[in-house]
Design a binder for this molecule. Structure first.
Ligand SMILES: *Cc1c(COP(=O)(O)O)cnc(C)c1O
Length: 376
């Protein structure tokens, strides 16, 4: 059996090596390293895939979130609401822009931001909500959009973990996650579901004016070279990464299915176990399993992790510390027990190896080893 990895990018690469190598070499041959035609090609492909009017590629997912908030014209002190249970990037950019960060607890089943708590956190100064589709499953977008419309505030979707997921509205329409709010953001960090071979990110919108603004901000606030209409940044998807993504986007649906198949295997193995809660699947979206995350009950999560690690099975805790208890965010003034669900999750969640190359043998070994420990 091959060594089990949390994410196996090498095996995935070897399957498409000739295509990838050729695409990268082609960029080197043409030396169009920055703003080359392959970036535009990827932009079009992703626009088609997502069925969205504008994709604006940029340097990484964190930049995407920052630039999205900049494009909405928020002023220092404006309030932005987001989930407490997410990767630090989501809140970092809010803080960096001098916006007032308002954290909200998540739901115990989906781990996603709780719409009722959003309503409670809204004030006249609230200008945006940033729902995070954590681990690859949608936040409650239909409710969130209703709340946002009622209060006339923007929604910026953090789709870094959920690219490709479909969202089903009550009226029968379907949209890809990231194309529902004012702006959607994603990351092409190598381990993400659509991963480059370095950093990369993108923003999506159906709004022409906002698209123009986003394109201007990523390019030093400039539309005509050396004329700067506003303060911008330098954040570009480089051509070599775009070349890799042009190959990988063809396989995105296949990759998604491989992840879902592995998740199903895990689900079946653990479904009846009283010490393990398998990932909840909401009916309004497809779960693309960026992470396969269990909740461990009755037994110590950390001893289980230690045990399987000792058997050569990697596992990870996303996320071990709630954002409101992170040193850097002490200034927000939150206390322990302010977010009971998030705090509980940080104690009980355990993410198992999840990628496109897991073999049946590996899955059997992982599930058997876990069951061996929890049934002891
Ligand atoms: C990965 C990630 C980001 C940041 O993406 P980078 O490309 O690493 O900057 C933001 N939000 C979430 C939820 C993520 O998982």
């Amino acid at each position: 059996m091959e060594q089990i990895k949390m994410v196996d990018l090498r095996t995935q690469y070897l399957r498409i090596k000739p295509e990838i190598d050729k695409a990268i070499n082609n960029v080197i041959e043409t030396t169009a390293f920055i703003r080359g035609p392959v970036v535009k090609e990827f932009q079009k492909k992703l626009e088609n895939y997502l069925d969205v009017k504008h994709v604006i590629p940029c340097g990484n997912g964190t930049d995407a979130l920052q630039i999205a908030l900049m494009a909405l014209g928020l002023k220092q002190g404006d309030e932005v609401i987001t989930a407490n249970f997410t990767f630090i990037a989501t809140v970092e950019v809010i803080a960096l822009l001098g916006l007032k960060l308002k954290l909200v607890d998540v739901k115990p089943d989906t781990f996603n931001i709780c719409p009722e708590q959003i309503e409670k956190a809204i004030t006249p100064n609230t200008k945006a909500i940033v729902p995070v589709h954590v681990f690859g499953q949608s936040a409650d977008m239909e409710k969130i959009m209703q709340i946002a419309e009622k209060h006339n505030i923007h929604v910026v979707e953090d789709t870094a973990q959920a690219i490709g997921s479909d969202y089903f509205f009550d009226n029968g329409t379907t949209k890809k996650l990231g194309t529902i709010g004012t702006i959607g953001c994603t990351s092409f960090f190598p381990s993400k579901n659509l991963g480059a071979y370095g950093d990369g990110g993108a923003m999506f919108t159906n709004d022409d004016k906002i698209a123009t603004k986003l394109r201007q901000i990523i390019n030093h606030g400039s539309r005509i070279k050396y004329y700067h209409d506003e303060i911008g940044v330098n954040s570009r998807l480089d051509s070599i990464q775009a070349a890799v993504l042009n190959v990988k986007i063809k396989y995105l649906n296949k990759y998604m299915e491989a992840r879902q198949k592995a998740a199903e295997f895990y689900d079946n193995a653990f479904a009846d176990n009283q010490n393990i809660i398998i990932p909840f699947r909401n009916k309004k979206s497809t779960h693309v399993f960026h992470q396969y995350t269990l909740k461990i009950k009755n037994i110590e999560r950390d001893s289980l992790k230690k045990y399987i690690n000792s058997k050569g099975i990697p596992a990870a805790i996303y996320y071990p510390v709630p954002l409101h208890l992170q040193k850097a965010y002490k200034y927000l003034g939150y206390k322990k027990n302010d977010f009971p669900i998030t705090e509980e999750l940080t104690r009980t969640v355990l993410s198992l190896p999840m990628h496109t190359e897991l073999s049946k043998k590996q899955l059997e070994f992982i599930t058997n080893t876990i069951l061996e420990f929890v049934n002891k």
